[in-house]
Design a protein around this ligand. Structure first.
Ligand code: NA7
Length: 534
């Protein structure tokens, strides 16, 4: 039997949970489906040692309820995965969210009925739900990338992907461990695994830029100061470039004196992590400005690595700093000073195969007891395209996006009425604080639904020309920067066969929020408000 709901939500991470809370609070019936057995999305799955958020905990938390903000106490400046998961579970309990979430259930099909403009949702547990609205909250970094390496399945040791870590944890004591991948996940986990393993081999294809997180425990005074100032902190975050309350230096990196420039970089370095990429406003638009940031970074990094040859390998040569997401670490570079850690340069000796006992490069065979894949995600579109989403005329989302994702405002797709995507391509997405971004999107959707209901209208549907214009806007903004020059997952460049399209909106979180708010305030310009189903 098919159940009827107003809204079906896919995913119970930060976006899905808030969608449930907000839309249910607005009087709608909501059903959430979640593949995991608990809430949290990426924070449910990514349990590898060292997993931590690179946005400050006080900012990477919901803003929708001032009471929640005031009652929750973060223990560290940057929260660990277990602490974030605890917070998300607290939220699920506090707002009684679990009763409308079906766990351990993967949505398989979302098919439009063009007569009624309702969506038929099917799951691998046999559910059949008819929903007026779909909220896709599947996360832009949730579909793990398992590299196609010959013989991977034949490995007889422990094989792990950072994004699917065993819940019981893994003990690497006395083991010979290999890690493939030196992105954010690899860089966070390598120092932790190195502390346990007898021998750790890091297989690096491309070096990345990483900045120390500068994590510290928070004191009662810190927490009191945050809480006293929360409203202003949120206001600044929503108006900022990346969803955190920090403003870039007002001048170009090239306008200021050497002394002032170094002082600005040092200040950001102390602030820690990804914020370094936003020290000056022209850091990712002007290569000369970018070079000043890169050279400061290089100086810092060379200073903590004992072996200059190893340092040379760890310094990226193939992209400008910040054009791939800057990684955030705790003692990453110092880890290579340990006797039990070896950096293997895959550019010189590529991986040839994996066998029962280990990994073969063109140089030598590495005997391994465990292999960790820190090989990232089929980002931005992968998780959505795994769902069989069928819109008008029987066209699937995958077909509609064959040349790259095409959205209007990052929220809607032409031919897919009443289907809204959270924090995905065409929005600021992973370039912003994902918790606040989720709130921004869900609130927009809630307003859109209210707008339809006030008018007795059936659906909101992006026009094709609006989507085309938005895709061009996103592409033009990207082309005006250095961002498309790196082979990053922002462009799908990490997955063979993906079209090379810069997917996030690069204008900044505040600008984006204003743009989507204006569209709503002007009566949903660029959308068709469909009065009645056929
Ligand atoms: P990333 O940033 O995509 O990093 C993946 C790493 O894995 C990167 O170093 C890749 O090298 C490497 N990789 C992938 N496939 C292979 C193969 N086949 N051989 C060797 N090396 C490979 O993923 P993360 O999980 O670290 O981080 C993703 C985001 O999650 C992060 O930015 C945060 O926002 C949260 P490559 O660079 O492609 O040469």
């Amino acid at each position: 039997m098919t159940a009827e709901v107003d809204v079906a939500v896919v995913g119970a991470g930060f976006a899905g949970l808030y969608a449930l809370h907000k839309l249910r609070g607005d009087g709608l019936t909501v059903q959430v489906f979640e593949a995991g057995d608990g809430v949290g999305g990426v924070w449910y799955w990514n349990r590898y040692p060292g997993a931590r958020c690179d946005v400050e905990s006080v900012d990477y938390s919901y803003s929708f309820d001032p009471e929640l903000q005031q009652e929750w106490n973060w223990s560290e400046k940057y929260a660990t995965q277990p602490e974030i998961l605890k917070y998300v579970n607290h939220v699920a309990d506090r707002y009684d969210l679990r009763r409308d979430i079906k766990f351990g259930t993967r949505v398989t099909d979302i098919v439009l009925d063009e007569q009624t403009l309702r969506w038929d949702v099917r799951t691998d547990a046999g559910d059949a739900v008819s929903a007026r609205f779909i909220v896709l909250a599947v996360g832009p970094l949730s579909n793990a990338n398992i590299p196609a390496i010959e013989g991977l399945d034949s490995f007889e040791g422990g094989l792990y992907h950072t994004a699917h870590w065993p819940h019981e944890g893994v003990d690497f004591t006395g083991k010979r461990v290999g890690v493939i991948g030196t992105g954010s996940s690899g860089i966070q986990t390598i120092p932790e695994v190195a502390k346990q393993a007898e021998q750790l081999y890091v297989f690096q294809r491309s070096a990345n830029y990483s900045v120390p997180a500068g994590n510290v425990p928070l004191t009662d005074e810190d927490r009191a100061a945050h809480k006293a100032n929360y409203e202003e902190r949120r206001r600044l975050s929503f108006a900022s470039g990346g969803g955190s309350p920090h403003l870039a230096h007002p001048k170009s990196a090239l306008e200021v004196s050497e002394e002032e420039r170094r002082a600005a970089y040092e200040k950001r370095w102390q602030l820690g992590g990804v914020l370094y990429s936003k020290t000056f406003p022209d850091q990712v638009t002007n290569l000369e400005a970018n070079d000043t940031a890169r050279l400061f970074w290089e100086e810092k990094v060379r200073a903590v690595i004992d072996d200059p040859e190893v340092a040379e390998l760890l310094i990226p040569k193939d992209h400008a700093i910040g054009t791939k997401r800057i990684c955030t670490d705790a003692n990453y570079y110092q880890t290579y000073n340990r006797d039990n850690v070896t950096l293997v340069n895959l550019k010189a000796t590529p991986i040839e195969s994996i066998d029962e006992t280990g990994l073969q490069t063109s140089g030598e065979h590495y005997d391994l007891d465990a292999l960790i894949l820190a090989t990232g995600f089929d980002a931005m579109t992968g998780s959505m395209e795994k769902l069989n989403i069928v819109g008008r005329g029987g066209e699937t989302l995958k077909q509609a996006w064959a040349e790259g994702p095409k959205t209007y405002l990052g929220l809607s797709v032409a031919g897919f009425p009443n289907l809204f995507n959270m924090t995905g391509p065409g929005s600021v997405s992973v370039l912003a604080n994902m918790v606040l971004h989720s709130e921004l999107h869900v609130n927009w959707v809630a307003d859109a639904i209210a707008h339809l209901d006030e008018r007795g209208a059936v659906a909101l549907e992006a026009r094709q020309e609006s989507a085309d214009a938005w895709v061009k806007e996103c592409s033009d903004r990207a082309e005006a920067t250095l961002m498309p020059t790196a082979n990053s997952w922002y462009l799908g460049a990490n997955i063979p066969g993906r079209p090379r399209v810069f997917m996030p909106f690069l204008g900044g979180f505040g600008v984006y929020g204003d743009l989507i708010a204006k569209v709503a305030a002007d009566g949903y310009t660029g959308f068709d408000v469909v009065a009645a189903a056929e």
